[in-house]
Design a protein around this ligand. Structure first.
Ligand code: AMP
Ligand code: ZN
Length: 463
C-alpha cells in the first residue's frame, strides 16, 4: 500500500483517496514572467514523478497545475520589456511547455490560468466576507481576517502569536491584524484590473489556488503539492480560504518537495544564484540532456535537499549511460504479457515497495542498479525488459539505447562524419592498409568516440 508523508500530520500515512481508484491532485505551478530555474524544475519533476507513479499503479489521476499569469513580477517585467502582459505570459507558457517536455514531463490534466478564474475567486471572497472571515478595507483592498479562522497555523505548526513574533510582518494601517493577508487588491493606475463588488482590482496570489483547485477538483483534494517554501504563508492561507468558505477539509495529504540548493543555499531569483533549466539543457548533450537532468532531480528522495553542481550532473549522466549500455547490449523483451509489469517478480516488488514508501526514488533507483547488474550477468532479455519498464514508471529509460549512448552532441553532421570515418577504416582494413586503419581509429578516438567491432560490423558510442 502506498504511504505518503503528510506535512499536515508530520508523519507517513496510508494513502486512501476520497473515491476508490481516483486521485485529485493539485500542485502550485509557476508564475510565468521568466524561464523557470532548475530549483523550480525539481518541484515540477517531483510531482510529475508522483503523477506517473500513481498512474502506473492503477489510479485514475486528475492532476491540476495552475499558471499564475497576473502578479507584480509579471506586470513589472512586461513594462520593462515594453511588451503586453499577454505577450509576455504567452511566450513564457510556451517556453515552460518546451522545457517541461525536454525534462520528460507529462502534461497535467489541466493547467488553469489565474486570469480565467477571477469570477471564481470573487465568489470565494464573497463567501468569506459573508461569513465574517474577510473584510473590505477602506482603501479598496479585501483582507482575510486570520483570527476568525480557528485552524490558522495548523500546517506550519505555529500559533498565530508565534507567527506574529516570527514573521515581523509590516504593520499596515488598513489591516486589522498584521497577519491578515490580501484577497483582493484595489486597482492601481496602469495596472490590469477587473471590476468587482469591492471596486476595480486584481486578486491576491493565495486566492488563486483556492479558486482554481475548487473549480477543477471540488472542495476536498486528495493531494496538494508544492515546494517546501510554500507551506507558509501560501498553503496556510489556502487552507484558511478554502476551509473558511466551504466548511469542509481542503486537503487530505499535503506534500512538499525539498529545495534544490547551490552552494548550500536555496536556488532562488531573489538570491540571484539561479541557472535556468533551459541554459543547463542547452549545455548538455541534446539527446541525453533532458533525461540526465531528470535523473539528477529524481535520484534523491523528494524530501531531501539536493545540491546542484556540474559534477553531480555528470555523475547522473554516467549512471544513465550505464543503464543504456546494458539495454543496448541486452535488447529488452516486453516486460510481461501486453507490456504490463508483473509485480509479483521479486525485482518489481522491491521497486514497488520503495516507491510506495513515500516515493522513495533513491531506494527504487538502487533496485534498478541491482537489476542492471543482474541483466549484465544473465543476459536475460526478459529482465532487461523489466528494467526498462520499471524505469518507465518514473519517466526514465524509454529512449532508443543506441541513440542515447551515441548522444547527439554534434547532431547529425558529426554522426555522419563518424560513420564515414568508420567506412574508410573498414576499407583500409579490407585493403590490408593497417597503418591507415589505425590512423583513422586514432582520429575517431580523439573525437571521444569508442569503436566496438563485432561480427555484425562496427558500432560506436561516445566515451
Ligand atoms: P515560484 O515561481 O518561486 O513561486 O516557484 C514555483 C515553484 O517552485 C514553487 O512550488 C516553489 O516552491 C518551487 N521552488 C522555488 N525555488 C525552488 C528551489 N530552489 N528548489 C525547489 N523548489 C523550488
Ligand atoms: Zn498555490
Amino acid at each position: 500500500m502506498l504511504r505518503i508523508y503528510n506535512t499536515l500530520k508530520r508523519e507517513k500515512q496510508d494513502f486512501t483517496p476520497l473515491e476508490p481508484g481516483k486521485v485529485r491532485m493539485y500542485v502550485c505551478g509557476l508564475t510565468v514572467y521568466d524561464y523557470f530555474h532548475v530549483g523550480n524544475a525539481r518541484t515540477l519533476t517531483v510531482f510529475d514523478m508522483v503523477f506517473r507513479w500513481l498512474r502506473a499503479t492503477g489510479y485514475d489521476v486528475k492532476y491540476v497545475r495552475n499558471i499564475t499569469d497576473v502578479d507584480d513580477k509579471i506586470i513589472e517585467r512586461a513594462n520593462r520589456n515594453g511588451e503586453s502582459i499577454e505577450a509576455l505570459t504567452e511566450r513564457m507558457v510556451a517556453a515552460m511547455h518546451e522545457d517541461c517536455d525536454r525534462l520528460g514531463m507529462l502534461r497535467p490534466s489541466a493547467e488553469p490560468r489565474a486570469t480565467a478564474h477571477i469570477d471564481n475567486m470573487l465568489g470565494i471572497i464573497g463567501e468569506l466576507v459573508e461569513k465574517k472571515r474577510a473584510y473590505p478595507a477602506d482603501n479598496g483592498d479585501v483582507y482575510y481576517a486570520v483570527r476568525e479562522f480557528p485552524g490558522y497555523g495548523k500546517l506550519s505548526g505555529k500559533s498565530i502569536d508565534d507567527l506574529r513574533a516570527g514573521e515581523r510582518v509590516a504593520v499596515d494601517g488598513h489591516k486589522r491584524d498584521p497577519l491578515d493577508f490580501v484577497l483582493w487588491k484595489a486597482a492601481k493606475p496602469q495596472e490590469p484590473h477587473w471590476c468587482s463588488h469591492y471596486g476595480n482590482g486584481r486578486p491576491g496570489w493565495h486566492i488563486e489556488c483556492s479558486a482554481m483547485s475548487r473549480a477543477e477538483l471540488g472542495d476536498t483534494l486528495d493531494i496538494h503539492g508544492g515546494g517546501w517554501d510554500l507551506q507558509f504563508p501560501h498553503h496556510e492561507n489556502e487552507i484558511a480560504q478554502s476551509e473558511g468558505a466551504s466548511g469542509k477539509p481542503f486537503v487530505n495529504y499535503w506534500m512538499h518537495a525539498a529545495f534544490l540548493n547551490m552552494d548550500n543555499e536555496k536556488m532562488s531569483k531573489s538570491l540571484g544564484n539561479v541557472f535556468t533549466t533551459r541554459e543547463i539543457l542547452n549545455k548538455l548533450d541534446p539527446v541525453q540532456g533532458g533525461e540526465v537532468l531528470r535523473y539528477f532531480l529524481l535520484r534523491g528522495h523528494y524530501r531531501s535537499e539536493i545540491n546542484y553542481t556540474w559534477d553531480t550532473l555528470q555523475d547522473a549522466r554516467a549512471s544513465l549511460l550505464a543503464f543504456y549500455n546494458t539495454l543496448r547490449e541486452v535488447p529488452p523483451a516486453a516486460a510481461g504479457p501486453d507490456g504490463v509489469i508483473d509485480w509479483s517478480l521479486p525485482q518489481a516488488r522491491a521497486f514497488r515497495d520503495a516507491m510506495d514508501d513515500d516515493f522513495h526514488t533513491a531506494q527504487a533507483f538502487a533496485v534498478l542498479h541491482e537489476l542492471r547488474g543482474e541483466v549484465n550477468r544473465t543476459r536475460s532479455p526478459e529482465l532487461a525488459g523489466l528494467l526498462r519498464a520499471l524505469g518507465g514508471t518514473v519517466g526514465l529509460l524509454q529512449q532508443d539505447a543506441t541513440r542515447f549512448v551515441q548522444g547527439g552532441a554534434a547532431q547529425g553532421d558529426d554522426a555522419a562524419e563518424i560513420d564515414a570515418l568508420i567506412a574508410a577504416r573498414n576499407d583500409a582494413k579490407k585493403n590490408r592498409n593497417f597503418a591507415e586503419a589505425d590512423r583513422i581509429r586514432d582520429e575517431i578516438k580523439a573525437r571521444g568516440i569508442v569503436l566496438e567491432d563485432s561480427p555484425q560490423g562496427t558500432t560506436w558510442r561516445r566515451a
